[in-house]
Design a binder for this molecule. Structure first.
Ligand code: S3P
Length: 173
């Protein structure tokens, strides 16, 4: 089985994915880390030196590579992965995949991301929390339809990691 966590930047995909993988004794994979490793670079550097279109092409290429691995694992996607190149079709057509959208409200995302924006090329240039809030609002409006194609939608607002984990686990039984 492949458990896929998706959602906007800062929604806790990687933190939660690692924890979930430990609980299930599954392998953990993070698509951004996988891309960085394969490209011998960082996501920010790939964006900077080769551009976003190159990054999106690689993102799909490596997603296809990972999704065919024959093991049990938890995979955390990048925030934009579901929104490009029919990646959600690829995910939803694989019968071994269970996908979860970790849904967090715009103010909470904004708060979390303002202090962690530097290594995120899409928002690193935004200077104030108000501007970030506005950016996320518009961006999420475009991305939400893709995120909602996930098999399960988990509202994570004001929930502890343990609570979110338990909710995910109940969907897996
Ligand atoms: C992106 C999110 C990032 C990373 C890249 C683009 C996006 O991943 O893939 O910076 O388009 O939302 P995280 O969601 O892990 O920050």
């Amino acid at each position: 089985m492949i458990i896929i966590l998706l959602g906007y930047m800062g929604s806790g995909k990687s933190t939660l994915g690692k924890e979930l993988a430990t609980v299930l004794n599954y392998k953990f994979l993070d698509l951004d880390d996988y891309i960085a490793e394969k490209e011998n670079s960082s996501v920010s550097m790939v964006f900077k030196s080769k551009g976003e279109i190159y990054f999106r092409r690689k993102e799909t290429e490596y997603l296809k590579e990972i999704i065919n691995l024959p093991e049990n694992y938890v995979l955390s996607l990048g925030g934009g992965t579901p929104c490009y190149s029919e990646n959600m079709k690829l995910i939803n057509s694989n019968t071994n995949v269970v996908s979860f959208y970790l849904k967090l409200s715009i103010p909470l995302l904004s708060k979390r991301l303002f202090v962690a924006k530097e290594q995120r090329p899409l928002i690193s240039h935004i200077d104030s929390e108000d501007d970030l809030l506005e950016f996320i609002g518009k961006h999420l409006f475009e991305r939400s339809p893709f995120y909602h194609e996930a098999e399960h939608i988990i509202n994570t607002d004001n929930k502890s990691m343990q609570e979110v984990l338990e909710t995910i686990l109940t969907h897996l039984i």
